[in-house]
Design a protein around this ligand. Structure first.
Ligand SMILES: NC(=O)c1ccc[n+]([C@@H]2O[C@H](COP(=O)([O-])OP(=O)(O)OC[C@H]3O[C@@H](n4cnc5c(N)ncnc54)[C@H](OP(=O)(O)O)[C@@H]3O)[C@@H](O)[C@H]2O)c1
Length: 275
């Protein structure tokens, strides 16, 4: 069997990326070799795909072939990295013209660590986020040494069907992650709280949730399509002595703006600590 794309770790994120690559015909299913941690996960992972492809567990010797493939996606948890390194038995000569490509989506694992662990590979760090599940994500990419222009193009094409792609210097990836990877959790919390407020003010739960989503979606669209600064939109909505300015005054008094700023800064700091 001739494989050309290896996926090391077939959890939530890898499944999403692989599904979109198969749908976009970037790889045929028979070209893909997937590796999971436990024997029991082979069937479970296979069931998540409509097409069959080869999946083995980490102890299966057939999985070693993954290290000789020209392109691989590394999508295990960061704490599993040491074990992965032990399994890495690449026979590819690191002096060859183009090194095989290793795309890592591991949060907080820096390029210099990847390059030290996998010296025969050209390494890329990718930071996707969960809205990629509905093809509305954003992905940050930082290139390691030795990644060729054609490999860069390939990686960008990988993530484009599920996300907007941003190429960044690696020292900006922590802030990128703090905003975009953690951001859906902040916004989910804000969304839930707003709907709770509407329930407290007398609307039924289902309607409150629906109206919250519609208001958030409509606001984002308005900001983008009219190219408004958020402050302009706030001023448009807040009329003198009206309802909105009273609510805004309360939010300012409770430090909501400052809490959100600090949340992003703290998440970026934590990401730096983890790496
Ligand atoms: N989820 C997100 O929103 C998100 C966003 C951006 C980046 N990331 C990053 O993506 C990575 C994966 O996250 P996830 O949420 O997809 O994790 P996950 O669902 O837990 O998937 C991890 C996968 O790795 C496999 N695995 C474990 N040990 C292995 C080994 N020795 N060899 C090969 N495969 C092995 C697991 O198999 P078993 O189940 O059999 O152990 C599982 O298939 C993480 O590093 C995370 O930082 C996640």
């Amino acid at each position: 069997m001739t494989f050309s794309f290896g996926v090391i770790g077939l959890g939530k994120m890898a499944q999403l990326i692989l599904r979109s690559l198969l749908e976009a015909d970037k790889f045929k299913s028979e070209e893909v070799l997937g590796v999971v941690g436990q024997p029991g996960s082979v069937q479970r992972a296979a069931k998540c795909f409509s097409t069959d492809f080869h999946i083995v567990d980490a102890k299966d010797p057939r999985g070693n072939q993954v290290w000789d493939l020209p392109v691989k996606l590394l999508a295990v948890k960061p704490q599993q990295l040491t074990q992965i390194k032990e399994n890495c038995t690449s026979s590819i000569n690191s002096a060859s013209v183009q090194k095989p490509l290793l795309i890592s989506i591991l949060a907080g694992v820096k390029l210099d660590r990847l390059q030290t662990l996998f010296p025969s590979h050209a390494c890329v760090r990718a930071v996707p986020n969960t809205p990629a599940l509905v093809n509305s994500g954003v992905t940050g990419l930082s290139w390691g040494d030795d990644v060729s222009v054609s490999q860069q193009r390939l990686v960008i094409e990988f993530f484009q069907p599920i996300s907007k792609v941003y190429e960044l210097p690696e020292d900006q990836l922590d802030a990128f992650l703090a905003l975009t990877s953690s951001g859906p959790a902040y916004l989910a919390l804000v969304s839930e709280a707003l709907a709770d407020g509407a329930v407290a003010a007398g609307l039924p739960r289902h309607l409150s949730n629906t109206l919250t989503h519609a208001t958030i979606e409509g606001t984002v669209r308005l900001l983008k399509e009219k190219e408004l600064h958020p402050g302009q939109l706030k001023d448009m909505v807040a009329s003198p002595a009206g309802t909105t300015i009273r609510a805004l005054r309360h939010l300012e008094k409770e430090g909501v703006r400052s809490a959100l700023i600090e949340a992003v800064v703290l998440a970026a700091k934590r990401s730096r600590e983890l790496s």
